[in-house]
Design a protein around this ligand. Structure first.
Ligand code: NAP
Length: 242
């Protein structure tokens, strides 16, 4: 599915991976990029259609979809990670917030935009997931649960929208060098690397992108005996040093 002349809608487009999506889509010749953010004035980019959108608000999502019926690429990128330990005060509230943003957000968006995608030759949905859709670490169990739910949503969309010809692309990544991962000392890939892999995969008609070695190792380890998810150690999942 070509990016040139496409019309894309990107959530969380004011910073991090979402901002790079908007930049790279324009650079690849997209005809229009709707850049959505809770505060659209904070989008440091010209040449985009700014949209005010909190992805946890279903009425606002429905109204944004009505106002952008020409969309044929939906990029569900907005997300939060609250880095909460299991017994930390507030971990239940964190779980609810992450589920609202990381699962219900893409659910609202995908439902609201599916009719426009159908009208526009099927189009495509990209869901930005995580290595933590498959494994958990102590500080991100609630985030992990929300990304596992979002992975299940991605698989549901792929089968549910197959008849209308919508390509559904799940993106799994380990640490990416943005604000979200600023507290992590693990090696990180750049947002540009992530986005270029995704745009190439969209054009190639693929269903899934595994961005980095650690993510590829985790996916391969799911069927190991014992499965990698039983005792995941991110340091051990790094490629061996030369
Ligand atoms: N960084 C990583 O290591 C990593 C790895 C794997 C996957 N991911 C995923 O990649 C995606 C982008 O993350 P990032 O690394 O770019 O993080 P980031 O730099 O923290 O940016 C997060 C973006 O999401 C937006 N957002 C959060 N809640 C929102 C809401 N309710 N409505 C609308 N926008 C909202 C933020 O907007 P505000 O400026 O208004 O807060 C911001 O634009 C997320 O889905 C994340 O889970 C990240």
């Amino acid at each position: 599915m070509k990016i040139r002349d496409s019309v894309a809608f990107v959530t969380g487009a004011n910073r991090g991976i979402g901002l790079v999506f908007a930049q790279e889509l324009l650079a690849a010749g997209a005809r229009k990029v709707y850049a959505a953010a809770r505060n659209p004035e904070s989008i440091p980019l010209s040449g985009v259609e700014r949209v005010r959108l909190d992805v946890t608000n279903p009425e606002a999502v429905a109204s944004a979809a009505r106002a952008s019926g020409d969309v044929n690429r939906l990029i569900n990128n907005a997300g939060i990670a609250l880095w909460t330990g299991f017994l930390a005060p507030g971990s239940v509230e964190a779980a609810r917030s992450e589920m609202e943003t990381n699962y219900f957000g893409p659910l609202y968006l995908s439902r609201a935009f599916a009719p426009a995608l159908a009208k526009n030759s099927g189009g495509a949905i990209v869901n930005v997931l995580s290595i933590l859709s498959w494994v958990a670490v102590p500080s991100a169990g609630t985030y992990s649960a929300s990304k596992t739910a979002a992975w299940a949503l991605t698989n549901w969309l792929r089968t549910g929208l197959r008849e209308q010809g919508t390509q559904v692309l799940g993106v799994h990544a380990g640490p990416v060098d943005t604000d979200m991962a600023s507290g992590l000392t693990l090696p990180k890939v750049t947002p540009v690397d992530v986005v270029r892999q995704v745009l190439n995969a969209l054009e190639a008609g693929r269903d899934e992108v595994l961005v980095d070695d650690m993510t590829r190792q985790v996916k391969a380890g799911l069927s190991d005996e014992p499965g990698i998810y039983l005792n995941f150690d991110p340091e051990a999942a790094l490629p061996a040093a030369n």
